[in-house]
Design a binder for this molecule. Structure first.
Ligand code: AHM
Ligand code: MG
Length: 309
């Protein structure tokens, strides 16, 4: 890629249609707003909760609300986007006046518990056809996330072009291409899971984690934010798991705007994602806020847990 290739320029060079480019431009604009707000939130009293509980039964943080508004406000400007689904909205938003080529499904702030402690968080998004919102994950047109870490990085996966990283240069306010197409290593050296739940996991999951720790000599890395943990695995290989347990058989993560987009990215990079008994990309959702167990990572490890059929 030529030096200083911006995200919009990359998409134009890749031959992506102007409507899709407009969608990604507005996603990246929302991300720039969120990144800017995160930098000063602690100084301006923007941390902490709103006192509201969302449809998931979780406390809404001020920044969850702010990021959701930024995504909605910016995507409303794209005539080709006719449906929005967000972790922070009880119902999907249908924009009848729009032409309707795309639906955007997103988690505006992933890893909210990291907000108040100034650690990495993310935003996750998935692009589908409006008629495919409740279709299996393989129908996604594109998926990506933004990791707000030491640098703000936008990762975008498209079937034909693979997975590419764009890093925000704050001095010019542009996401610049930094690497790609990225391939996930065939196997890795770390795994990430909330091991406080070990006792409540199923026998196969417990056995798998025992194998990772023992015979396979993996180390543990877990940050409490899926985007950060996933990015480590995308770059270095390994496994991230959030399985179901006795009280929550479907785990914690949401299928449409957390598990499926990351499964799509993993798949485009040569990795794999499964629930405890199926490929994530094959699951047909029944509801927009449906949860699923998620085990995602390098091919060698995931195939060992659930051999590909
Ligand atoms: P959120 O979108 O409400 O922040 O929830 C998703 C997060 C993931 O980022 C993370 O991997 C997981 O929940 C952490 O859960 P736990 O605190 O139970 O380990
Ligand atoms: Mg989330």
């Amino acid at each position: 890629m030529p030096p200083d290739t911006t995200l919009p320029e990359f998409l134009a060079l890749a031959g992506e249609p102007v409507e899709f480019r407009a969608l990604i431009r507005q996603v990246s604009f929302a991300a720039k707003r969120v990144a800017a707000e995160l930098r000063v939130a602690g100084l301006q009293g923007m941390l902490g909760s709103t006192g509201h509980i969302n449809v998931q039964g979780e406390t809404v943080q001020r920044l969850d609300q702010y990021a959701n508004e930024m995504f909605v406000q910016n995507l409303l400007r794209v005539p080709a986007v006719s449906d929005l689904v967000s972790e922070e909205m009880d119902e999907g938003l249908h924009l009848a006046r729009h032409k309707g080529e795309y639906a955007l499904l997103f988690d505006p702030i992933d890893g909210s518990s990291n907000l108040d402690v100034n650690l990495t968080i993310g935003s996750i998004f998935s692009v589908r056809r409006p008629g495919d919102v409740l279709a299996k994950g393989r129908c996604q047109i594109a998926a990506g996330y933004i990791a707000y870490g030491p640098a703000t990085v936008c990762v975008l996966a498209m079937r034909q072009h693979g997975v590419h990283f764009f890093t925000l240069d704050p001095s010019i306010g542009e996401f610049l291409w930094t690497r790609g197409p990225v391939t996930m290593p065939e196997r890795g050296g770390t795994y990430g899971a909330n091991e406080a739940h070990t006792e409540d996991w199923s026998e196969p999951v417990r056995g798998f984690v025992q194998w990772l720790r023992g015979e396979s000599h993996h180390s543990t890395r877990y940050s409490g934010a899926l985007v950060g943990d996933f990015q480590r695995i995308l770059v270095d290989g390994g496994v991230y798991l959030y399985p179901g347990d006795a009280t929550n058989p479907h785990g914690k993560l949401r299928l449409l705007y957390e598990a499926a987009p990351l499964a799509f990215i993993a798949d485009c990079a040569g990795g794999r994602a499964v629930s405890e008994d199926a490929d994530i990309l094959e699951i047909v959702p029944a509801a927009i806020h449906q949860r699923t167990p998620l085990i995602v990572g390098s091919r060698a490890e995931i195939d060992r847990f659930l051999p590909a059929r």
